[in-house]
Design a protein around this ligand. Sequence first.
Ligand code: EPU
Length: 337
Amino acid sequence: MIKQGVSLKTYNSFGVVAKADLFAVAKSTEDLQLILGDRRFHSAWILGGGSNTLFCNAPKQPIIHVNIAGIQIIEEDTEDVVILVGSGVNWHELVLWSLEQGFRGIENLSLIPGNVGAAPIQNIGAYGVELQDVFEKCSFVHRNNQTIETFDKAACKFGYRDSIFKNELKNKVVITNVSLRLKKKNYNLNTSYGAIEQELLSNNITVPSPKDVSDAVIKIRSNKLPDPKQLGNAGSFFKNPIVSNTQFQKLKTSFADIPHYIQPNGNYKIPAAWLIEQVGLKGVRKGEVGIHKHHALVLLNYGNASGQDIRDFSLSVQEKVQNHFNILLQPEVNFCC
Ligand code: EPU
């Protein structure tokens, strides 16, 4: 369960070389409680699928890799099903499993990298659907006393790429399982996102099934997001910034065509990819690091970049965008240094 001097290269989708002095794998809640109770692991870094983590060469913290398996149906009636999923299950495998069962709800979230345990932390979302739309509850272990607690949706305080686990409970708990409520019938598919509509149309699909929507999402994502197995990356590197109405109006006078999405509270979300593209960085490569030519929000490891190289490059992106637009991009990726 506990090892020393473990290479982290295969544990991060950026594929950077890094070594953990101390590394533990938790395959169950009980394992996790034991490891968290070991004082060597009090300040450990919690690692799931490694698709949102950028490691520096020699992270100072020990690593706990949470690898709790299992998908179970825990409630079912004629319309709905509630499933309980271990936090170590790969998210996309869960999506495929749910489609095989004929369940609806997470098809728009196809091909999102990472494991189920990370899904509530950043309320994963894509193509008009967020985890919170299907979320029922999740359980976690408190790091300080190893007790277990379960939160429902309201308690998780979900927001755009946000939840209580990134705020009040940041670094305080480790998620062990997640329950989702999926539909067996009487569902409405969310195909309003332009690219999905187009993809379905081009295949002459007028009454899509959840599988059709998933296939469309997979096609769209594969066309613009590089496969980490071929080119190291962590999906969107930055979050889309949200600015106040006043700041937005100011931006609009200088940049009339700025894309924007109005938020329920009157603020505006601006696509970070657009900001990065406008400062001329899309497709740019500097040594072993670069920005994808099909999507300006994706930073790439061309093979031999170190975590520090990627971090330095990301700082230069932030600086350029800030100088041009007076907007400070916030990384979606977490740095483990
Ligand atoms: N855009 C550009 N240049 C580009 C790409 C996009 O200007 O190279 C602009 C366009 O105006 C486009 C807009 O950005 O309309 C939005 O682009 P896209 O639909 O690709 O979405 P995104 O905001 O860049 C978010 C998520 C993705 C998710 C997509 C689809 C964040 C940080 N990212 O990206 O999630 O797949 O929406 O719903 O919210 C991830 O988190 O790793 C991720 C890939």
